[in-house]
Ligand binder design. Structure first.
Ligand code: FAD
Ligand code: PYC
Length: 404
């Protein structure tokens, strides 16, 4: 590493953006930073700027509950998320940063016969594609998590679960910082507190972006802004079916480690894992209304904790210490929107709703390839924007861990 890099603790602070770049990435979340990293690393494109209106990882990347898994419902989805899990497994080493990637095993609990049917369906699709998932009964769940009340206080007895061994958690902000540092070291310029306010398009082609720090000319723009996608797409004159719903989460005070696995209950609208510092990380359903806001509510913690106590009555004296919200960019089929758009040079990485953290590495890699070759790789073709007008949806609602 050169002296310039050795003397910075994380990455260079660039003071003034250049007048022109080969590509501009809007959004310094995990997805935008990963795309920048792979553009430089896989395609040798280093004259790139990442523009972030706030701070790196301050959007949904730093607000999510960090679950990584590939136990989806469609072969297209399973293949895509499995490719991401495989990158995650070696990512701490590749980025030379401890991502606290921790493989725990993931149980999707079924409390009804119809939920059991979906678990069997997912298990069969997963196995067919070579992903480790199978259906287990209450005894195996109790063995893995003896603290769980299998009767759920008598309200919703657990009949079985889909078990997915590779299910993991990771430190979310380290993923953003790791990709940022990796991209920076390869020569990418990263600007925080820099907002894109307009996209300059002439003759159907991208010419540049207006920003809070002046105009930047560029032939290629990637929008990787999650909950802000409708605003950026409006600047480019593009319609998407994305709607924004808040998704909230919270953590307890730290406890000694007792919960090894990741547990999800669709019927009780709860999911929980224990972080490396001992906090229970928990979430529930999407808020039922469309609103562009990151506020959290008392209603959310009340609902969540009452269902947590159905599963774990012994937690009644444990305190909730933080709660927050993120803006989930929801698509009708619960799959992302990735690839080219009708505007030449404007690329979209969006529709990550409640499921995009696990996809960070593979979305970065495939969006980088899309930009470098002006063509989407086969892996992401099922997620093209045009699928909605072609009636070729990639339906993953049955595999979303979050109630809706
Ligand atoms: P973000 O991290 O949101 O980054 C977008 C960035 O764009 C932001 O930093 C924003 O400031 C910036 N930006 C916006 N507009 C502009 C502009 N005009 N100019 C410049 N910058 C701009 N997924 C999972 O896989 N597993 C989970 O367990 C999980 N749990 C979740 C829990 C919660 C509570 C939430 C809210 C989401 C969860 N998700 C989960 C979803 C996941 O967090 C997101 O899909 C993912 O983080 C999206 O990453 P991103 O980089 O695309 O977006
Ligand atoms: O996609 O696994 C997931 C998830 C869990 C909580 C929010 N999203």
């Amino acid at each position: 590493l050169s002296k310039e890099y050795k003397e910075t603790r994380f990455f260079r602070e660039n003071v003034t953006p250049k007048k022109s770049y080969d590509a501009v990435i809007i959004g310094g979340g995990g997805h935008g930073l990963a795309a920048a990293y792979y553009l430089a690393k896989d395609h040798g494109m280093t004259n790139i700027a990442v523009l972030e209106k706030g701070y790196l990882g301050g959007g949904n990347t730093g607000r999510n509950t960090t679950i990584v898994r590939s136990n989806y419902l469609t072969p297209e989805g399973v293949n895509f998320y499995d490719a991401s899990v495989k990158i995650y497994e070696g990512l701490s080493e590749e980025l030379d940063i401890n991502l606290f990637y921790s493989t725990r095993g993931h149980f999707t609990l079924a409390h009804t016969e119809s939920a059991m049917r979906t678990m069997r369906w997912r298990a069969e699709v997963n196995k067919h594609v070579g992903v480790d998932s199978y259906v287990v009964g209450p005894d195996e769940i109790s063995k893995a998590c003896p603290q769980l009340d299998i009767s759920c206080s008598g309200h919703a007895p657990i009949l079985g679960a889909l078990y997915h061994g590779p299910g993991s958690v990771a430190r979310h902000d380290a993923v953003a910082w790791g990709y940022a540092r990796g991209a920076d070291r390869l020569g990418v310029d990263i600007f925080q507190s820099t907002e894109v306010t307009g996209i300059d398009i002439k003759g159907g082609k991208v010419q540049g972006v207006q920003t809070s720090r002046g105009y930047i000319s560029t032939p290629r723009v990637l929008s990787a802004v999650a909950g802000f996608t409708p605003r950026i797409c409006k600047m480019a004159g593009i319609d998407t079916p994305i709607v924004i719903h808040p998704l909230q989460a919270c953590v307890t005070e730290p406890m000694k480690p007792w919960l090894d696995s990741i547990l999800v209950s669709g019927s009780l609208h709860v999911y929980v894992s224990q972080s490396s510092r001992g906090e229970l990380v928990m979430g529930s359903s999407l808020d039922p209304y469309e609103v562009h806001s990151t506020r959290s509510s008392l209603d959310f913690v009340e609902g969540l904790t009452s269902h947590m106590l159905d599963m774990f009555p012994f937690l009644s004296n444990v305190k909730i210490v933080r709660q927050w919200g993120g803006m989930a960019d929801m698509t009708p089929d619960f799959s992302p929107i990735m690839g080219k758009t009708p505007v030449e040079g404007f690329y979209l990485d969006a529709g990550w709703g409640t499921w995009g953290f696990k996809a960070t590495p593979i979305s970065g890699k495939t969006m980088a390839a899309t930009i470098a070759n002006d063509m989407a790789p086969d892996l992401i073709k099922p997620f093209r924007l045009s699928r909605f007008e072609e009636y070729e949806l990639t339906g993953e609602k049955g595999a979303a861990s979050v109630g809706h």
